[in-house]
Design a protein around this ligand. Structure first.
Ligand SMILES: [Zn+2]
Ligand SMILES: [Zn+2]
Length: 600
């Protein structure tokens, strides 16, 4: 048995010995605002592939924690996961195909001890626009790989990118492991593309060598790059001769915990057990990075994961403490590699418990109501009904769809979103007179009104300053302003240090002193998010929003200090604010901090 710790270490050591700088895993929450989560090892190196100089040199390797939400519904089968780790080696204009293939073979056969005859390779065979990747083919043959185990494939299988309309792209080599020798009934057609389960893809080697422009013309890239990715879970399974990832020490101990604490048996309920194991693992990592369950974006993903677990735990008649026990096991498995998990143990438990308490209050009544709806609705659950389950009983839309599917029904999603929009419009008109918790029109005194407006602008500065000092995991969770003070709640896992508070104050006061102008711009929500405007309750916003931009007079929007989707009102110039002072910093629920501040 090879432990997961040793497999990670062997991989990184192998590449370190070959001149690679070992770079730690980046956060699951990427700096790139266009994606919700880090989903591949290359993400943190993206700019170096485009020629920006890498501070780590031209050869790096990493083991990256990743989260993919596209496969949530498929978790439960033998292969899909939301959270996984990806091993990868990268070259930014250094070595290319020959070395990459040699390293991969050497690592798999010498270091991991996999028999070479069980390895199969696919490469790009070329099409009418792009020539065959003869360089890779040659490298494979020269390494002694039997020609019959090298399969040429088309663009769909062995060509990567570009990710958008234009960008770097290139051919790939995929390495597959043959789990058993005997081909299926397709005989000689039983090659890695066969779906019979004989093969498992373990390593994808991407060779960036072209640049594709908007008109789909290819040009050779000036700086060629290598980007490889190998799923750690799969590698561990293969190295230890396990049938699938759930048989490895990254999952089996978790499944045992579930077995002990539920009435049902794993062999009868594999999907439920696997869903709970995977989703709680993903949740543990997300919470450790400061995410708490909520209504939008990452927060919503976490809520979806947790509420789905809560439902499955009910289905297998689990003990009330199951999810916490599973989380505890996850932390135990991973803490030697990710010590931050042990450090945020209490927070992780609290967040899971809070979410469980919340949903358990409504889930039974909700399921009963669901049953009634199913009786009445026949084939399709109408949008309003689905929204009712969502709004009143806290069922995430995807969970409603899943339960409906199990009962042979569909959900009218369009109708759901319509109902949601209608509901929001009603609640918006109800609150349009208010902002930051204060009905500004209700304040008679002009002086008081002005104070509130100044504090509101200060809130935007504070928000940005907090993000500058503490990082992007800071997210607004709430805000309340009265003429005396502002109150700002945000996600952050721990108490702020005195230095941090001082720094935040200083940044805000610097912006005030600079006399930054406050401009309001109207634009589509999409544009607002694209220019990096902070927006928290995305779903509640209309198509067109107003964005308040605080920056130097001639700043481009991109350079402005603060950008936030907001209905206002604000001062015209930050010099009107006075001196900003934080008077209190305290906890306000799990993973949420509260700051009170004044203008003097
Ligand atoms: Zn087959
Ligand atoms: Zn605002």
């Amino acid at each position: 048995m090879k432990s997961h710790q040793s497999v990670r270490k062997e991989f990184l050591n192998f590449f370190e010995k070959r001149g690679h700088k070992i770079v730690p895993s980046s956060s699951l929450i990427p700096t790139d605002p266009s994606v919700l989560f880090t989903s591949a090892g290359m993400q943190q190196f993206k700019s170096h592939f485009l020629g920006e100089k890498s501070p780590y040199g031209k050869r790096v390797a990493s083991c990256q924690k990743c989260l993919r939400t596209s496969d949530i519904e498929s978790v439960g089968d033998d292969t899909h996961l939301t959270f996984f780790e990806m091993l990868g080696n990268f070259s930014f204009g250094d070595y290319f195909k020959k070395e990459t293939i040699r390293y991969a073979l050497e690592f798999l056969t010498k270091e991991c001890g996999l028999p070479e005859e069980k390895l199969w390779f696919t490469y790009f065979k070329g099409d009418n626009k792009i020539p065959e990747d003869v360089e890779s083919l040659k490298a494979l043959i020269e390494s002694g790989i039997h020609r019959g185990k090298i399969i040429g494939c088309g663009r769909k299988d062995n060509f990567w990118g570009p990710t958008g309309v234009s960008g770097p792209c290139g051919p790939t080599v995929e390495i597959h492991y043959q789990l058993f020798d005997k081909p299926c009934s397709r005989k000689e057609k039983c090659i890695p593309s066969c779906k019979c389960g004989r093969f498992v893809e373990i390593w994808n080697l991407v060779f960036n060598e072209y640049y594709q422009d908007e008109n789909k013309n290819l040009k050779p890239l000036r700086q060629k790059g290598v980007d490889t990715g190998m799923g750690l879970e799969r590698l561990i399974a293969v190295v230890n001769n396990k049938e699938n990832i759930f048989e490895t020490e990254l999952f089996l101990p978790i499944i045992e915990v579930i077995n002990l604490q539920s009435k049902e048996d794993y062999t009868q309920h594999k999907p439920a057990f696997r869903i709970i194991a995977d989703h709680i693992k993903a949740s543990v990592f997300l919470i450790s990075e400061g995410i708490v369950p909520g209504k939008t974006e990452r927060e919503y993903v976490l809520r979806r994961l947790l509420r789905r677990c809560i439902r499955y735990a009910k289905m297998i008649e689990a003990d009330s403490n199951l999810l916490i026990s599973v989380a505890e096991k996850v932390i135990e498995i991973y803490s030697s590699v990710y010590p931050e998990l042990s450090r945020s143990k209490d927070k992780i438990f609290t967040v899971i418990q809070n979410e469980e308490e919340k949903f358990l209050k409504t889930i039974d009544r909700g399921l009963k109501e669901f049953e009634k709806i199913v009786q009445r609705e026949k084939k399709i659950i109408r949008g309003e009904k689905a929204f009712y389950l969502y709004e009143t009983f806290g069922f995430p839309l995807e969970l409603i769809e899943e339960i409906a599917r199990e009962k042979g029904l569909e959900v009218d999603k369009e109708g759901f979103f319509l109902a949601q929009k209608k509901h929001q419009e009603i609640s918006r008109t109800g609150s349009s007179r208010k902002f930051g918790g204060v009905g500004i029109d209700l304040i008679d005194d002009q002086k008081e009104k002005e104070k509130v407006v100044r504090l509101h602008t200060a809130t935007h500065l504070l928000h940005q300053a907090l993000r500058s000092v503490l990082g992007k995991e800071v997210k607004q969770m709430g805000s309340d302003i009265n003429p005396e003070r502002l109150r700002f709640d945000f996600s952050f896992p721990r108490k702020l240090t005195a230095e941090e508070i001082e720094k935040v104050e200083k940044i805000v006061n610097e912006q005030i002193k600079k006399g930054l102008v406050v401009i309001r711009k109207e634009m589509s929500l999409e544009k607002a998010l694209n220019i990096g405007a902070l927006a928290f309750f995305r779903e509640r916003y209309p198509e067109r929003v107003s964005v308040y931009i605080i920056g130097e007079k001639d700043d481009s929007v991109g350079k402005a200090f603060s950008k936030e989707v907001c209905a206002g009102p604000h001062v015209n110039n930050t010099s009107e604010l006075g001196i900003f002072r934080i008077i209190k910093e305290e906890s306000c629920g799990a993973g949420v901090r509260r700051i009170k501040a004044v203008l003097e």
